[in-house]
Design a protein around this ligand. Structure first.
Ligand code: GRG
Length: 313
């Protein structure tokens, strides 16, 4: 990527994150709409400075399949917000003592440290549930074609987040780290890691991108290309995450660094070494871009793939 291309994509990511933050503010229950503790705990984790990569994928996928139709990309904004709410719920629950037991996330004390375990569990539950309210309700209007697209997008997001997607990946992660009595499932090679992360990290990214393409009225082939792109991107993202966990600091990452190694978790660097991990990340990002090209698509998703490789947090 050229330096100007890198600046351009960073500017795009910043601008889209601001659009998403504004929309999240509108879609989220206000403290008057529910017991204030729930609204406060949801907002605490959601507005703590996440990168917004998944919702940006939703918007960028919509732009990619419907480049000339602003209305179509606006149709994808509620789903983008729903995906970020689901991602944030997963972080809140992942940080709980029963899971990863972490105290720092997005540069702040984790939700259970700030609000207590019970309230953090409820904040996660509420984020997940409200996400599907957003998916069902917006964009509003009686257009039956749009209603059909909303339903397909919601189904896709549920599948990516659910038992055969992110939740399933988290279950494999618990088993891999010996946290399920009598059900350990150690991971010893790259294929095992790929399966785990394809679910835990990749499935929601795939659903995020596919939902954008669906809501913008993409063809079946376009939706498939965007889905394949996001599958490779998710892998690249995860490998870079594992490398940053080794090489970066808590200050830069906004979360505990070196946590995986300390917990004896299988990671790309621990199983394959840093050099091979870097090469695999480059390969995955190349494959993501190739999947787009194979579907006759280009545009922002390409630059986002390059950014994933060079990101520092
Ligand atoms: C609890 C059902 C359930 C799932 C948890 C997402 C997840 C699954 C666990 C988070 C732990 C982790 C390190 C996952 C792998 C990489 C990842 C998803 C990192 C966090 O995503 P970022 O970097 O975070 O996009 P921000 O804060 O920028 O949104």
């Amino acid at each position: 990527m050229t330096p100007s291309g890198a600046t351009d994509v960073r500017e795009y990511l910043r601008a889209q994150a601001a659009v998403i933050d504004g929309a999240l503010e509108r879609y989220l229950p206000a403290p008057d709409d529910c017991p204030p503790l729930v609204a406060e705990a949801m907002r605490y984790s959601l507005f703590a400075g996440g990168k917004r990569l998944r919702p940006i994928l939703t918007l960028a996928a919509a732009e990619t399949v419907a480049p000339a139709a602003a209305a179509r990309t606006a149709d994808a904004l509620p789903a983008a917000c729903a995906v970020e709410m689901i991602h944030t719920y997963s972080l809140v629950h992942d940080d709980l003592p029963a899971m990863d037991d972490d105290t720092l996330r997005r540069g702040r004390p984790t939700a259970h440290v700030a609000f207590g375990e019970g309230a953090a569990i409820l904040a996660g539950d509420a984020l997940l549930t409200e996400a599907f309210r957003v998916l069902a309700r917006w964009p509003a209007g009686g257009d039956p074609e749009l209603a059909g697209r909303k339903l397909r997008a919601a189904e896709r997001v549920a599948a990516g987040a659910g038992a055969g997607g992110m939740v399933g990946g988290q279950a494999l992660d618990l088993q891999a780290s010996g946290q399920v009595p009598g059900r350990s499932l150690p991971i010893a090679d790259g294929d095992g890691l790929r399966t785990l992360h394809g679910l835990k990290t990749g499935a929601l990214m795939r659903a995020a991108a596919a939902a954008g393409a669906i809501l913008a009225g993409g063809t079946g082939a376009e939706i498939d290309a965007v889905d394949a792109y996001a599958a490779h991107l998710g892998l690249g993202f995860q490998i870079v995450d594992d490398i940053l966990d080794v090489e970066s600091t808590a200050d830069a990452l906004g979360k505990t660094a070196g946590k995986d190694a300390a917990a004896g978790k299988p990671t790309y660097p621990s199983i394959l070494g840093l050099d091979r991990s870097r090469a695999l990340a480059v390969e995955a990002i190349g494959a993501a871009k190739a999947a787009l090209r194979a579907g006759g698509l280009s545009g922002r998703l390409d630059g986002i793939a390059d950014w994933v490789l060079t990101r520092t947090h």
